[in-house]
Design a protein around this ligand. Structure first.
Ligand SMILES: [Zn+2]
Length: 345
């Protein structure tokens, strides 16, 4: 049985090969299909016949027929592709369409400038061993304030500064990404070097420099031995890599509840080299970020022994860095979705 079938299949393959040479239009293509793949073709007739084959021979029989089917189907598909292409050519030749004219440009989207700058900054800190962690935008006052050593009467807790939700009195929209520091330290015991970025919310009036929401990026390092000098090195190195040149910086004393001592980092304006220009408001210096050594109370809030561990943290506004990088004068441009603005990047 099998031998007969094998011989017959070889013949059918030869016939199909021979007949395929004749295919040159829709009509000859269709008659090929009917003859080799149609209901009355050898292939389909034999497939229907398989139930009359002995159980032992059936698998071999089935496989031989499948091989034949693949063989003929491939010839058919290849020929069909050629025939269809010729049909289109014929149609085009008869119509008034000039296919040699260049096509209309397709509009594609691209990365938002804030995303581009975020990626650049993240890459720089990755290079210094910081890994990204995430946290929710809807937070509790514990993560946003209490664990960050912010006293109950601190003005930042006021509704005039922070958006509270109506879910519960202590549920709010995070006002900084420092919340993620707390969550990271709860999850991972030190030593750790983490980075968090994302959207934050503050009850601000909208103007050229302020929006009720913006993006922050924070770094936090907790190790056995860390100094203010280590932090200065990390931040100076970051500024140098971000602006692509050596830039003079200075650390001015400042106050944040969650760091002690705290500082504000200024950089000599890279656009006028300190001479004064519109970007730096003729001051020659740019305020870039806040930083400091993690307050022992913050470590205590997450059960890390401050006698054993020490940390530093720094936070920056991503809009601020994007505005500096591209010399954008108004923060509102980022959020209006105006294509005339976005297409410049
Ligand atoms: Zn300047």
């Amino acid at each position: 049985m099998i031998n007969t079938l094998e011989n017959r299949i070889t013949e059918v393959k030869k016939e199909a090969e021979k007949e395929s040479a004749e295919i040159n239009d829709v009509r000859t293509l269709e008659s090929f299909r009917i003859r080799f793949l149609g209901d009355k073709s050898f292939l389909i007739t034999e497939q229907k016949n398989i139930k009359n084959i002995t159980k032992e021979e059936r698998p071999v029989y089935g496989k031989l027929l499948n091989d034949l089917k693949e063989y003929v189907q491939k010839i058919y598909d290849d020929k069909k592709f050629g025939v269809e292409a010729r049909e289109v050519e014929k149609e085009l030749a008869q119509s008034n369409i000039d296919v040699t004219l260049p096509g209309l440009p397709v509009e594609t989207g691209h990365e938002h400038p804030i995303s581009t700058v975020t990626r650049e900054i993240v890459d720089i800190f990755y290079g210094m061993g910081f890994t990204a962690v995430e946290g929710p935008e809807v937070e509790t006052d514990f993560y946003n304030f209490t664990a960050l050593n912010t006293p109950p009467d601190h003005p930042a807790r006021d509704e005039q500064d922070t958006f509270y939700t109506n879910v519960a009195p202590h549920v709010l929209l995070r006002s900084h990404t420092s919340t993620v520091q707390i969550r990271a330290m709860e999850k991972t015991r030190p030593p750790l070097r983490v980075l968090a970025h994302g959207r934050v919310y503050r009850n601000e009036e909208i103007n050229a420099r302020k929006m009720p929401f913006f993006h922050q990026l924070e770094i936090l390092a907790v190790e056995k031995e860390l100094t203010f000098g280590n932090m200065k090195w990390v931040l100076n190195e970051f500024i140098r890599r971000f602006f692509g040149k050596e830039i003079k910086t200075r650390f001015r004393p400042d106050f944040f509840p969650f760091t002690e001592p705290s500082a504000e980092l200024d950089a000599e304006c890279p656009f006028c080299d300190g001479k004064g220009c519109t970007t730096c408001g003729n001051r020659g210096w740019l305020e870039l970020l806040g930083c400091g050594m993690v307050d022992p109370n913050v470590l205590k809030a997450v059960n890390i022994n401050p006698d054993e561990w020490i940390g530093f943290a720094a936070g920056l506004g991503l809009e601020r860095f994007t505005m500096l990088k591209y010399r954008i004068p108004d923060i509102r441009y980022f959020f209006t979705g105006d294509l005339r603005f976005l297409k410049q990047f």
